[in-house]
Design a protein around this ligand. Structure first.
Ligand code: FMN
Length: 187
């Protein structure tokens, strides 16, 4: 299937709803809730069995997904602000909590679930210019350049990625309550 060409059309996400998808250990989609399929523009049949990069937006820096995979494959969750691509080339911004499920005996990943909420505009305003810079650096010199920039950006603020993102998305308040509740429902 050809990749949709990204347009400037923004899809507004209902801030009261959540978008959930689940993959196997290789990132192949196994499940999506109704709102996931509705917003993506694809049917359930078109999504199940596909790599989750089917909704990858070209504006996303590679580094975001590298950091995410490094973390979840080791059994830790990862929160990120993500710009996604719909079937017709539109985009939408979400705050995503990626959660691994590990085998209790082997401690290897069994599946991953992503919980998403609409990203408020003030969150997008903070993250979008950083992603633009990371992508620009990746196009010029590869991921080692974007990694270096992010490390220096965080060092300068005397913070870590987790602290920074929790601060930007307000994960100590409402989002924390939401993600905790979602994990209970889906576990
Ligand atoms: C549970 C789960 C949910 C994911 N959700 C998204 C998503 O919403 N958007 C996205 O671009 N990638 C998502 N990914 C990451 C993709 O699998 C993939 O790594 C990413 O799109 C980068 O694609 P690429 O490696 O082909 O560049 C998800 C992965 C997992 C395990």
């Amino acid at each position: 299937m050809a990749r949709p060409k990204a347009t400037n059309n923004k899809v507004e996400i209902n801030s009261k709803r959540y978008i959930v998808s689940k993959t196997d250990a290789d990132g192949i989609i196994q499940y999506g809730n109704d709102y996931f399929t509705e917003i993506s523009g694809y049917s359930e049949e078109e999504l199940i069995g596909k790599s989750h990069n089917i909704i990858r937006h070209p504006d996303m820096p590679k580094l975001a997904f590298k950091m995410m995979w490094d973390r979840i494959s080791k059994g830790d969750n990862f929160i990120a602000v993500v710009k996604n691509l719909t079937k017709d080339g539109s985009y939408y911004w979400v705050i995503t909590d990626f959660e691994p499920k590990m085998d209790s005996i082997t401690n290897e990943p069994v599946s991953y679930t992503a919980f998403r909420k609409a990203a408020p505009q003030k969150v997008i305003n903070k993250i979008e210019p950083i992603y633009k810079k990371l992508l620009e650096l990746e196009n010029e010199g590869g991921m080692k350049e974007s990694e270096k920039f992010l490390r220096e950006f965080l060092d300068e603020k005397n913070t870590t990625y987790d602290k920074y993102i929790n601060d930007v998305v307000g994960n100590n308040g409402l989002f924390k309550i939401f993600f905790t509740a979602m994990k209970k429902i889906f576990s």
